[in-house]
Design a protein around this ligand. Structure first.
Ligand SMILES: [Zn+2]
Ligand SMILES: [Zn+2]
Length: 380
């Protein structure tokens, strides 16, 4: 059978930098031999989609289809796709694209692949095939596609094999699994792959979005004795307490974060995860680390932001600051582990999500910005 081509479907198109998401008809190009056609069932909304839509991170060309937390069903498999266990009708979770060749990828730390930004944001054109973007408008205008290997704010998508994670998911689980591919993987991977705390360690999580909550749940699953959650919304801190935070700091009331951390952790925190990207908070975090403690930078700071840190202090205190993208994870390994933890009640992602009809993307983004919902998920 010939590979499918000229498939008419619908996708959220961002026409130009800063333009709104608009649900439009698009045409999918012929599926290349190393690609997989996926019918999307759900797509999680991640802050990065909104940052890119606003022009806060470059992606190269517009118009573009974003979306990088897809969950769907395999409808076509290219002839050179390596995973021969993949079959039509399989349920798959979509994650980021990685080169698969470099030392980081070979060590299952694909999130720290040096080509990460290039191949997921800027130059997503189909590597190695010679073909251009798989998406176009009905008038023939090319549309930037394969954002994170997928561009899953679409009913159908032509996806890179690296982005595919086959999941043996039960029907009732499927609506909640889409964010495993980015938000939940990033937070949990930061704890499990980068910080690797011991049970008697202390951890501080700054910012309770999907990434912060995933970090908190992973820390709880490891049985950490002190888990401090920091946010400025009381409702989110209540959820954090229910999910295992041993201490909470509400920065809208307790405005001196350094002093509050000092009260809870007098000798400092062994690990701090920042998901906010706020430079003012980062400088406090470095001071609040214990000797030889680690600060994981996960949130995206403004491009102009610089950290004012004394190098000699850093040396003498043996502190580390590490940048973490996608939890340094291999999604094909971590996502199934997270599903298993969820089944054991140790990663209760159903508590964080709200599912919206696909047409209600604007409402979902508004709720995310207001903090009314931790993780909005569209249902196609
Ligand atoms: Zn994301
Ligand atoms: Zn790589």
């Amino acid at each position: 059978m010939d590979s499918p081509k000229n498939i008419r479907t619908q996708a959220y198109v961002v026409q130009s930098k800063g333009a709104p998401f608009e649900l439009k008809d698009v045409i999918l190009d012929e599926v290349q031999p190393n690609e997989v056609l996926v019918e999307m069932k759900h797509t999680g909304i991640c802050h990065t989609d909104i940052v890119v839509q606003n022009g806060g991170m470059p992606i190269g060309d517009y118009p573009a289809v974003l979306g990088h937390e897809g969950m769907g069903i395999v409808r076509w498999i290219g002839s050179t796709v390596c995973d021969k266990s993949l079959t039509l009708g399989d349920t798959v979770c979509l994650s980021f694209h990685s080169c698969g060749q470099c030392a980081a990828c070979r060590d299952d730390q694909c999130g720290s692949c040096p080509d990460m930004t290039e191949i997921n944001f800027l130059n997503t054109a189909r590597r190695g095939t010679g073909a251009s973007t798989p998406i176009s408008l009905p008038d023939g205008t090319p549309v930037h596609g394969q954002f994170f290997g997928q561009s899953s704010l679409s009913r159908m998508a032509v996806v890179t094999e690296a982005s595919i994670v086959k999941l043996d998911a039960r029907p009732e689980e499927i609506p909640f699994l889409a964010p495993l591919g980015c938000g939940y993987l990033t937070g949990s991977g930061t704890v499990l792959n980068v910080l690797k705390p011991r049970p008697d360690d202390t951890i501080v999580v700054l910012g309770l979005g999907a990434v912060g909550f995933a970090a908190l749940m992973a820390a709880k699953a490891l049985g950490l004795k002190s888990i401090v959650a920091v946010d400025l919304l009381g409702a989110k801190l209540e959820i954090a307490s229910a999910l295992g935070a041993t201490h909470i700091i509400n920065t809208s009331i307790q405005s001196d974060l350094g002093a509050e951390l000092q009260k809870i952790l007098p000798t400092g925190a062994k690990s701090i995860i920042d998901t906010t990207g706020s430079v003012a908070l980062l400088e406090i975090c470095v001071k609040s680390l214990a000797h030889a403690g680690t600060l994981a930078l996960v949130g995206v700071p403004s491009p102009q932001a610089t950290l004012n840190i004394n190098a000699l202090d850093l040396l003498l205190s043996c502190k580390r600051i590490v940048g973490v993208i996608e939890g340094w994870s291999n999604a094909k390994l971590l996502v199934p582990q997270l599903l298993q933890l969820s089944r054991e009640g140790k990663f209760p992602i159903d508590r964080l999500a709200k599912v919206y009809p696909a047409e209600k993307l604007c409402e979902a983004i508004e709720d995310l910005k207001l903090g009314v919902v931790v993780k909005p998920i569209l249902s196609w």
